[in-house]
Ligand binder design. Structure first.
Ligand code: FES
Length: 309
């Protein structure tokens, strides 16, 4: 009895969707189309939410969901027909940017996330269709039918919202995967490695205890970031050093998020959260020492001239 209940709880159903390879074909086809339509650049960054420092999709979906829920409540408690129709229409208008931001984020997720994401998208597309039909029924005077269609739309949107929550909160889509790193290092300076061991101009990984750090030496300058990409934890040391308008950046090998090496700022998404940076200094013996940035407000990177801190 207990196992039967466990198998039908919503989380178990969402987990079954994660493990459903039957979804891979449509996932691949849609993902390829979205990636082709959204090359890296300011427009795609805006859809991911890079200018806002967090994904834009969760903020935008509140509008259609809020409007549609309010419309159904008005229908239920005999509110004004005009008000509920307006709410349905505003929700429909807000569904388009919500879908665009969601598709942009979804196209840069891993396979299990994409399987859940495509069912989430189908639910929300179904909800949008039902609310569209509801609006049509309302404007043509079929109010009873409009209310029924809205109720169906809200049911579909609720299923979609649950899967969106599973995607974000259980599967970590949209959250920073690097945020804890800066808090896991003990306070104070830590020996990392001799400067002489670092190749010039190449990304390397160095371990600080169990923390993996990305190190880039450029002559006397040394930049240190968390090696786990904020987007989904990709290994940044396997990425590329790129120059963007004179700024040295590292590009993630998994989905191309691009971070300024001096302080981890996001230059291009899909990541929206800053890559944790480490301050560094050199001892008189040429040993590189690091500590999480933010203790003093100084720039994260350092040079030989700063060795006498
Ligand atoms: S893991 Fe996706 S861009 Fe780095």
């Amino acid at each position: 009895m207990i196992s039967a209940l466990a198998a039908t709880r919503p989380a178990a159903l969402a987990e079954r969707i994660e493990r459903a390879p039957v979804l891979d074909r449509p996932v691949r086809a849609l993902s390829d189309t979205v990636v082709r339509a959204l090359p890296q650049g300011p427009r795609t960054d805006a859809l991911h939410g890079v200018p806002f420092g967090q994904p834009a999709h969760p903020a935008l979906v509140r509008m259609p969901l809020g409007c549609w829920t309010s419309a159904v409540l008005l229908d239920l408690f005999r509110g004004s027909e005009r008000a509920s129709g307006t709410l349905v229409a505003v929700g429909l208008a807000a569904a388009l940017p919500s879908a665009a931001t969601g598709l942009a984020d979804w196209s840069a997720l891993h396979r299990h996330q994409q399987r859940v994401g495509i069912v989430h998208a189908i639910s929300q597309a179904g909800a949008t269709t039902l609310f569209g039909a509801s609006l049509l029924a309302r404007v043509t005077g079929r109010h009873g039918q409009g209310k029924m269609l809205s109720a169906g739309g809200l049911a579909a949107a609720t299923v979609g919202a649950y899967l969106g929550g599973h995607l974000a909160l259980r599967l970590g889509a949209g959250a920073s995967h690097a945020e804890p790193i800066g808090h896991l290092a003990a306070l104070g300076w830590h020996d990392l490695c001799p400067l002489a061991e670092l190749p010039d101009g190449h990304l390397v990984r160095r371990q600080l205890g169990y923390l993996s750090l990305l190190v880039l030496r450029q002559g006397d300058a040394v930049h240190v970031l968390s090696d786990h990409c904020a987007h989904l934890g990709g290994p940044l040391h396997q990425g590329r050093v790129v120059d963007i308008e004179g700024i040295t950046c590292v590009s993630c090998p998994w989905h191309g998020s691009t971070f300024r090496v001096s302080d981890g700022a996001v230059i291009h998404g899909p990541a929206t959260a800053r890559q944790p940076a480490f301050e560094s200094r050199l001892t008189d013996e040429g040993l590189l020492q690091v500590r999480p940035a933010g203790h003093t407000g100084r720039r994260a990177s350092t040079t030989r001239r700063q060795a006498a801190w």
